[in-house]
Design a protein around this ligand. Structure first.
Ligand code: NA7
Length: 575
């Protein structure tokens, strides 16, 4: 007789390779999906596999000098897990990692996570309507599982992130270099940079954080710049213990502050989506002024020309820093803008023959961003590989679900889910709620001894993709004068979302079931629902400061009037 209860008795998958949900990645995406499962009553029968040795995803991987976030601390946290203890307006890597570790402990995620564990491939099994995911154990000792094994799950969630796999540049001679070479995302702290001649290829957001830090310690630093970036002021500062206490004990002030940050960031959305808007011009002139102020005078004229971009601001990630430009005024720092010809045994040779001899070569050359889910192989219904579905560019409905990939969702690493103007955590929270609404249907069917498979209709995804691509084509991202990690080789913008955060939150707070192909013995229960919706997380200001002030004055007035009335009454009674 078959087991009437398909779920294992230990409901968090510690000793079993069968789970309701398998989550790939213990970064913010994977963690938030798991936490929302717990919060939304979707149980705890989930397994998280993580190739690293800690939670935190990119914030665990990136440990280079100066690593920090370019979104404000109070906006870089889950709405339901605010952190009053941030010590700076912009958080550093260690502080973000601490925050994520504390949350993983709070929700007891560690018992679900298998670290040093990577996914090779996942296959949809038509006969059982489950995912069979091939797991590779990277660690050398593990008493429970073999080197390779399969996890079976009803639902598969990918939270591997867009900035996950380092991209090494395809430059002639790169393997011949005899000095030390490292990618920014694989920093080797054992290597002592003091008194070293260092070269750094790249000047993106990562390099802009590394450069000022190492310039102070090394003998010489050569920055190989291919394209200049737009840079705006950061104005970071510590958050005093007094303010931390206020945020801790007066939550209203903290949430009000977060809402004001949200409003501000959302208002900058037009920088990218309306290149004729005043805010676009404002950002450009702010950046130009920043450059002129930080590298003033005739003696820096050539540097300013080299560092001045000539494409629409926002096309590439805008860099937010106050210590990047001034670093080029240092006597031990050189900006090299002649194209690299080859990497030699001794260093980097640029066109024209000039060779820079180096001890250390840092490759701040970014990530493989347009091969989504790389290098994991995913095979959906009838064994269809996801690359085949994405052969003319990756797309997914609301960045999360893909036709022919039943009971499968992605979070931030999904196509067109990245932001240029606001906190990615806001998007991830919206996605985790949406995915949990899908998971709920699959779990409910299972509990009734049925099964259900849910995948978006191809026509729906195509119409959705046409709509967002039309908007993206008009944006600064599409400027042909710049390349970025937001576009694939054909110039298609596959990484970024096409609107602000609030429209995404609104759009992802309901599921219209007729937009999905739903089959299996439990299909009718889902189809007859028509629509499932839930309240979105409201982050922006709902009531203006003026109205709050008016409300406070009115309340104070009412209290005073009440007190006067009571006193008058007492006097009357006595007399
Ligand atoms: P990015 O933004 O992709 O930057 C990579 C940098 O490396 C960029 O300056 C590139 O120049 C440069 N690059 C890449 N390949 C080469 C070759 N072959 N030759 C010369 N220069 C090269 O990566 P980051 O790590 O800085 O930032 C990624 C995201 O992390 C960032 O947007 C934040 O969201 C956090 P290019 O500009 O293409 O001419």
């Amino acid at each position: 007789m078959s087991d009437p209860n398909p779920s294992p008795t230990i409901d968090y998958g510690r000793h079993t390779n069968r789970a309701d949900v398998l989550i790939i990645g213990a970064g913010i995406s994977g963690m938030t999906t798991a936490i929302e499962m717990i919060r939304k009553g979707n149980g705890t029968n989930f397994i998280i596999v993580e190739k690293g040795n800690q939670v935190g995803g990119t914030w665990n991987d990136q440990r280079y000098p100066g690593c920090c976030c370019d979104v404000w601390s109070h906006l870089y946290s889950l709405s339901f897990e605010p952190n009053p203890n941030w010590t700076r307006e912009y958080p550093g890597q260690e502080e973000i990692l601490d925050y994520l570790v504390s949350i993983a402990h709070k929700y007891q995620l560690y018992r679900h996570i298998r670290f040093n564990t990577s996914v090779e491939e996942a296959r949809w099994d038509e006969t059982t309507n489950t995912w069979k995911t091939k797991i590779n154990r990277l660690g050398s000792k593990d008493s429970e599982f073999g080197k390779e094994y399969i996890i079976t799950s009803d639902f598969l969630v990918s939270g591997v992130g867009q900035l996950n796999v380092p991209k090494y540049p395809d430059i002639k001679g790169i393997d011949t270099f005899q000095g030390k070479a490292m990618h920014s995302a694989r920093w080797d702290w054992d290597y002592d940079i003091r008194k070293k001649r260092i070269g750094i290829i790249g000047n993106g957001a990562t390099a802009a954080q590394i450069i000022p830090e190492i310039a102070e310690a090394c003998k010489s630093l050569t920055v190989f710049q291919r394209t200049p970036n737009w840079v705006v002021p950061r104005e970071d500062k510590p958050i005093s213990p007094t303010w931390q206490s206020i945020y801790r004990y007066v939550p209203f002030i903290r949430s009000r502050y977060r809402a004001s940050l949200m409003d501000y960031r959302e208002s900058f959305f037009d920088v990218v989506f309306d290149t004729k808007s005043p805010v676009h011009d404002f950002m450009m002139s702010t950046s130009k002024d920043h450059l002129a102020t930080q590298l003033p005078g005739e003696k820096h004229e050539h540097l300013r020309e080299q560092l001045q971009p000539h494409y629409a601001i926002g096309c590439k990630r805008v860099i937010i820093t106050d210590d990047y430009f001034p670093t080029f005024a240092r006597s031990n720092v050189q900006l090299e803008t002649t194209a690299i010809e080859e990497i030699t045994e001794n260093g980097v040779k640029v066109q024209g023959g000039n060779e820079h001899e180096l001890d250390l070569l840092i490759l701040a050359t970014g990530f493989k961003t347009t091969q989504f889910m790389y290098p994991i192989k995913i095979f959906g219904s009838n064994g269809t590989p996801i690359e085949e579905i994405w052969k003319s560019g990756a797309s997914a409905y609301l960045g999360m679900t893909v036709p022919s990939m039943p009971n499968f969702s992605m979070l931030y690493e999904g196509p067109n889910t990245n932001l240029g103007h606001n906190s990615i955590i806001l998007m991830i929270e919206a996605q985790a709620l949406y995915i949990n609404a899908l998971i709920k249907q699959v779990r409910t069917a299972r509990k009734k001894g049925r099964n259900v498979r849910i995948e978006p209709k191809l026509s729906v995804v195509q119409a959705y993709n046409n709509e967002i691509q039309a908007r993206l084509r008009e944006s600064a991202f599409a400027d042909p004068n710049c390349n970025s990690w937001y576009k694939n080789e054909a110039g298609l913008i596959t990484n970024n979302w096409s609107e602000a955060v609030v429209p995404y939150q609104k759009r992802t707070s309901a599921i219209h079931w007729d937009e999905f192909d739903i089959s299996g013995s439990g299909a009718e229960d889902v189809k007859t629902k028509g629509e499932t919706n839930w309240p979105r997380v409201i982050e922006e200001t709902q009531v203006s400061n003026g109205m709050i002030l008016t409300g406070l004055i009115t309340a104070a007035g009412a209290i005073t009037a009440g007190a006067l009335y009571r006193n008058a009454l007492k006097t009357l009674v006595k007399s």
